[in-house]
Design a protein around this ligand. Structure first.
Ligand code: 2BA
Length: 108
C-alpha cells in the first residue's frame, strides 16, 4: 500500500474529493496553510493499493489547475520603517504530491 499526500488549492478540493470517492477511494481532508503565501490550501491523505496510484494521479491531474495568483507580501526597507506592501505574481500548482510506502495498514 502507498500513502499519497496531495496538497491542492481549496477551490479544486470539492470536485477532486467527489471524483475520488465516486471511484471508491478513501480520502481524508485536512485544512492546511502554505508556508510561502500563508494562505489556506487543502491536504488530502489517501491510502491506496500500489496498482491504483497512477489512476489517483490522473484524477488529481484532471481536477487541479495551475493558477497565477497576485499576492502582496510585506517587506521593510530599513529597521524601524513602515512595512511596504508590494505585489508579487506566483504560480500555484496544480498539486504537490508525496507518495510514501506504507509499512502497515491496520483497521480496527
Ligand atoms: P505555499 O508555500 O504558500 O506556496 C505557494 C506558491 O508560492 C508555490 O506553489 C510556489 O509557486 C511559490 N513559492 C513557494 N515557496 C517559494 C519561495 N521560497 N520562493 C518563491 N516562490 C515560492 P506550489 O509550488 O504549487 O506549492 C503550493 C503549496 O504546496 C505550497 O503553498 C505548500 O503549502 C505546498 N508545498 C509545495 N511544495 C512543498 C514541499 N516541498 N513541501 C511541503 N509543502 C509543499
Amino acid at each position: 500500500m502507498k500513502l499519497i499526500i496531495a496538497i491542492v488549492q481549496d477551490q479544486d478540493a470539492p470536485s477532486l474529493i467527489d471524483d475520488l470517492t465516486e471511484k471508491e477511494y478513501r480520502v481524508t481532508k485536512l485544512a492546511s496553510t502554505g508556508g510561502f503565501l500563508k494562505s489556506g490550501n487543502t491536504t488530502l491523505l489517501m491510502g491506496v493499493e500500489e496498482d491504483s496510484v497512477q489512476e489517483v494521479i490522473n484524477i488529481i491531474e484532471d481536477n487541479c489547475k495551475t493558477r497565477e495568483i497576485t499576492t502582496s507580501l510585506l517587506t521593510v526597507s530599513m529597521p524601524g520603517d513602515a512595512y511596504i506592501p508590494y505585489p508579487l505574481e506566483v504560480k500555484v500548482g496544480g498539486a504537490t504530491l508525496f507518495i510514501l510506502d506504507v509499512e502497515r495498514h491496520i483497521k480496527i
